[in-house]
Design a protein around this ligand. Structure first.
Ligand SMILES: Nc1ncnc2c1ncn2[C@@H]1O[C@H](COP(=O)(O)OP(=O)(O)OP(=O)(O)O)[C@@H](O)[C@H]1O
Ligand SMILES: [Mg+2]
Length: 263
């Protein structure tokens, strides 16, 4: 692309289609890829199919057709939807983190913060509690929260803090890919900016590939290396963030960027 060598592909989707109601496609022949360490933002107005696409990529909704490949432990792209269910679960558990818009959907609210993080490591097969507890402390510090609160319950944290906890819980397992659906959607602008800033630092350090969906142009501006614009379930533009934001080609993107449309 533009003569620049691309990093290895961590996620690749080819010709995905999904309709919930016969003939009403919510995902239309969608193809995309995300390279190691890349931050790709999918931008589109409400109802354009962003969450549906992300769920097809993250293993929650099976597409009607098309292929989703995710890099496995050995660095090989593995078609996810043709795997046996337990193999798919294993691939997703070990390689993919998913950050939900609502922290309560991504955290277990009835166990402590420490237990939330230790649990993700235990599921990966780690057994040494002292090591897992130390990893949990490191993860809490990495999202700039007070490690002394490790035994508190998530409900005692603010919305922004809970979102940090969700990030800590996802990143502690060092996934290759992080999928995020409007991760700062419910937060006020200054809290949002701090979280996006933190996210950018963390994913750069860990070289995680990120695919984030949002209807918020400001989020795309803050984070994206690449932007994919989705309209009625179809990709209308895919390019380097600065180009999309400063010189959009598709009329729909021009409207989005000029804020004529409510993104
Ligand atoms: N489980 C479902 N059953 C039926 N229709 C669905 C389902 N999930 C989504 N849809 C429909 O698919 C379309 C796209 O929805 P989706 O949630 O993917 O959009 P979105 O871009 O994430 O919107 P928003 O920005 O509001 O979150 C909508 O018309 C929605 O009603
Ligand atoms: Mg959505």
């Amino acid at each position: 692309m533009n003569g620049i060598s691309r990093p290895p592909i961590v996620l690749r989707a080819t010709d995905l289609r999904k309709a919930f109601v016969r003939d009403r496609l919510v995902c239309r022949d969608t193809s995309l890829d995300v390279g190691a360490g890349e931050i790709v933002v999918i931008l589109g107005e409400s109802g354009s199919g962003k969450s549906t696409l992300l769920r097809c990529l993250g293993g929650q909704i099976e597409p009607d057709s098309g292929v989703v490949e995710i890099q496995n432990e050995s660095g090989i792209l593995q078609p996810m939807w043709t795997l046996e269910e337990h193999e798919r679960a294993r691939l997703l558990r070990s390689q993919v983190g998913f950050i939900q818009q609502r922290p309560q959907d991504g955290l277990r609210m009835n166990i402590t913060v420490g237990a939330n993080i230790v649990e993700t490591l235990a599921v990966l097969g780690l057994r040494d509690f002292t090591t897992m507890r130390q990893s949990a402390k490191n993860a809490i510090e990495s999202v700039e929260l007070d490690v002394a609160r490790i035994d508190d319950f998530p409900a005692s944290f603010s919305g922004g803090m809970q979102q940090r906890l969700q990030i800590a819980r996802s990143l502690v397992k060092r996934p290759k890919l992080l999928l995020m659906d409007e991760p700062t959607g419910g937060l006020d602008v200054s809290v949002q900016a701090r979280i996006l800033d933190l996210l950018r630092k963390l994913v750069r350090n860990l070289k995680v590939a990120v695919l984030l969906v949002t209807h918020d142009l400001g989020v795309a501006r803050m984070l994206a290396d690449r932007i994919i614009v989705l309209k009625s379930g179809a990709i209308v533009e895919d390019g380097i963030a600065d180009q999309i934001l400063d010189d959009p080609h598709h009329p729909y993107t021009q409207l989005l960027v000029s804020s004529v449309l409510r993104a």
